[in-house]
Design a protein around this ligand. Structure first.
Ligand SMILES: [Zn+2]
Length: 423
């Protein structure tokens, strides 16, 4: 990975205190934590691998002169004290991954924020306001099948009910997971928000738009809000040999029909809406047993709230209709819901002028993926900057963003954050 990063690196991008080689080494070091033989990584939220990655970045933060604090959700904040320390601006992302994830999703956003601090240090520059480098816990939601978990804890979006009911794949509840991790429920419930006035996140695009336009970096126009429906189809188990075909209540057949119907629904509400079933669990899951229960999660997103709600409604109705037709039961629960977040024109215009000055065509693109910025955007203004993803691949060991694109994106972030500090 390190060779591939450095091989085609354009040294001319090392200016303004930003150092591509340092970034490449850090990307590489993080890729070794939870590494898989496939080349990807597995750093589930609240796992020892996620914690190890945080510890490594924390050590870099400390070396760079940041004062590091952790909250009850394991979110980490490294503070660079500015001329005015009464408030701060912040930037960051996450270090956890999906199972068999890639080496740039989240990591780039954390290292980008830290690279700003390194650059300012080289330039002997003290920012006008304080600046915080942020690592949110369990962004991917792989721990509890519940996305952007750390930033939801931070913004107080986790209800008592969610906190009481979440279980990980080993059946551990929140309290048990936190204790294993080294935190506790009390600290988790009493997280104090920081003094940020603005938050920016750098992230890989996870799509092909920038690649299509041959652009290294782009401006996020708005962040789609993600909602999860947990659905269980419940039929009746039976012997695969002795139960006639016309006398079955097969939960998997119902679920299968439902999944194929889902593909047709998003385009009926908007051009930007999407819905996916990526996780199914079949019970009893035996080759010669008719499936009694299928639990699945539908991930539903749009950048407009009204159309997303309409889509959720249609999906619920579809699940009910299919289960009615097949004489089985269906249970539907909405387990997560994040508001879509528009990005303020002021920030988009500032980014446009930065990109123009760098001779990069300013392209605006929506973020279909959920990010911690969505939660932070409910409290304070946020902006996002995307770096080009090769072939649009993400959540996959093949995920790749060239070092040139990473560094170009960090240059954009640096100028942008300096602008925010002068406000
Ligand atoms: Zn991410």
């Amino acid at each position: 990975m390190l060779d591939r990063l450095l091989n085609d690196y354009n040294q001319e991008l090392n200016y303004d205190g930003i150092d591509g080689k340092r970034l490449a080494h850090r990307l590489y070091e993080l890729s070794q934590i939870g590494s898989l033989s496939s080349g990807g990584v597995n750093r589930r939220g609240f796992s020892k691998e996620e914690k190890e990655a945080k510890a490594l970045v924390t050590s870099w933060m400390t070396k760079a002169g940041l004062k590091v604090e952790t909250d009850g959700a394991g979110n980490i904040f490294g503070r660079l004290v500015g001329k005015d320390n009464s408030q701060s601006v912040a930037s960051g992302s996450h270090l956890d991954t999906v199972p068999a994830g890639g080496n740039f999703d989240g990591v780039l956003g954390v290292l980008a924020a830290l690279e700003l601090v390194e650059a300012w240090r080289t330039q002997d520059f003290t920012p006008e306001k304080s600046f915080e480098v942020v690592i949110f816990s369990d962004e991917e939601g792989a721990r509890f099948s519940s996305g952007v978990f750390g930033s939801r804890a931070y913004t107080g979006l986790l209800t008592e009910e969610i906190m009481a009911n979440v279980r990980d794949s080993d059946g551990l509840n929140l309290e048990e997971v936190l204790e294993q991790y080294g935190s506790n429920l009390n600290d988790f419930k009493n997280i104090k928000q920081r003094d940020w006035t603005f938050f920016a996140e750098t992230h890989i695009e996870q799509g092909k738009l920038l690649e299509k336009h041959n652009l290294p970096v782009g401006i996020v126009s708005g962040i789609a809000g993600q909602s999860w429906l947990e659905i269980e189809f419940k039929g009746l188990a039976g012997h695969a040999g002795n139960t006639p075909m016309n006398d079955r209540q097969d939960a998997l057949v119902a679920a299968g029909r439902f999944v194929s119907e889902i593909e047709t629904l998003p385009s009926t509400v908007s051009d930007t809406a999407v819905a996916t079933v990526g996780k199914l669990s079949v019970s009893p899951n035996g080759a010669n047993v008719i499936p009694e229960s299928v639990k699945l999660i539908v991930d539903i997103r749009d950048i407009h709230e009204d159309t997303r709600e309409l889509l959720i409604d249609k999906i619920r109705k579809q699940a009910k209709q299919i289960s009615d037709e097949r004489g089985i039961e269906v249970f539907i629960e909405r387990t997560s819901s994040v508001k879509p977040i528009p990005i303020d024109t002021v920030y988009k215009e500032e980014l446009k002028s930065i990109l123009k000055a760098m001779n990069i065509e300013p392209l605006e693109l929506p973020s279909g993926a959920g990010h911690d910025s969505m939660n932070i955007g409910l409290e304070i203004p946020v902006a996002m900057i995307f770096a080009r993803s090769v072939d649009g691949i993400s959540h996959n060991p093949k995920e790749w963003t060239s070092l040139n694109d990473c560094v170009t994106t960090i240059h954009v972030l640096k100028q942008f954050m300096e602008k925010q500090m002068r406000k």
